[in-house]
Design a protein. Structure first.
Length: 192
C-alpha cells in the first residue's frame, strides 16, 4: 500500500506550487483591499466614519504600493500595470464597471432569487456619506414593494428594533441616508 501511494503521489505532490513575488504581492494587496472595503462599509453604516474612511484610504494606498513594488512586471507609462487603470486603489482591467456590475447581479440574485432583467446605473449622491448629516428621525419600520421570491410586486414591512436606524439627510437636504441600526440584507430578506 505504501509503495502504491509513493508511486501515485511522489514527494512534493501535495505541496502548494511556489508563489512568485508578484503573486505574493497580489495576495497581500487583495487582503488589504478586502479589509479596506469592510472598513468603508462600517463607515457607511455610521460607525466612526472619519476614522474608518481614513484607515481604509491608508490600506488602499498600501495595497497599491505593494503591487507597485513587485519586480519584473511591465509598467504602463502612468504607473499602472499592463493596460489597466487604478480606481481608488483597486486595479481594474477593461470595463471599470465589471466587478461592481458582477456584485450587483450577485446581490440581485440573492435578494430576488431569480435573474435580473437589467442592472441600471443610477444618478445619485457621492458614494461617500458626508461627514455632517442632519438627523431627521429614527426609522421604526421599513416599508417597500419588491418582486422578490414571487416575481410579482408584493409589499413588505419590517419593524426595526433598537438601536434603530436613523434617517438623515446631507447638509443641502438633497439626499436621504439610512445610518446605523442592525438591519442586514440577506437572502432571507431584511434581518434586524
Amino acid at each position: 500500500m505504501k509503495r502504491e501511494a509513493a508511486r501515485l503521489f511522489p514527494p512534493g505532490y501535495w505541496d502548494p506550487p511556489p508563489q512568485s513575488a508578484g503573486d505574493k504581492a497580489a495576495a497581500q494587496a487583495a487582503v488589504l483591499l478586502r479589509t479596506a472595503a469592510q472598513l468603508r462599509e462600517l463607515a457607511a453604516r455610521g460607525m466612526q466614519p472619519r476614522k474608518y474612511v481614513k484607515a481604509a484610504e491608508r490600506l488602499e494606498r498600501q495595497a497599491a504600493e505593494a503591487v507597485r513594488r513587485t519586480p519584473n512586471q511591465r509598467r504602463h507609462k502612468h504607473g499602472a500595470i499592463g493596460g489597466s487603470r487604478t480606481v481608488r486603489g483597486v486595479n481594474r482591467k477593461g470595463n471599470p464597471r465589471g466587478s461592481e456590475y458582477d456584485r450587483a447581479v450577485q446581490t440581485y440574485r440573492m435578494w430576488h432569487e431569480f435573474e435580473p432583467h437589467r442592472i441600471t446605473r443610477m444618478k445619485g449622491p457621492d458614494r461617500l456619506i458626508p461627514r455632517t448629516l442632519v438627523k431627521l428621525g429614527e426609522i421604526r419600520a421599513i416599508d417597500y414593494i419588491s418582486d422578490k421570491y414571487k416575481g410579482r410586486p408584493v409589499t413588505y414591512t419590517h419593524k426595526t428594533d433598537r438601536p434603530r436606524p436613523v434617517l438623515a439627510t446631507d447638509p443641502d437636504g438633497r439626499n436621504l441616508h439610512i445610518v446605523g441600526g442592525r438591519v442586514q440584507i440577506t437572502a432571507d430578506g431584511l434581518i434586524h
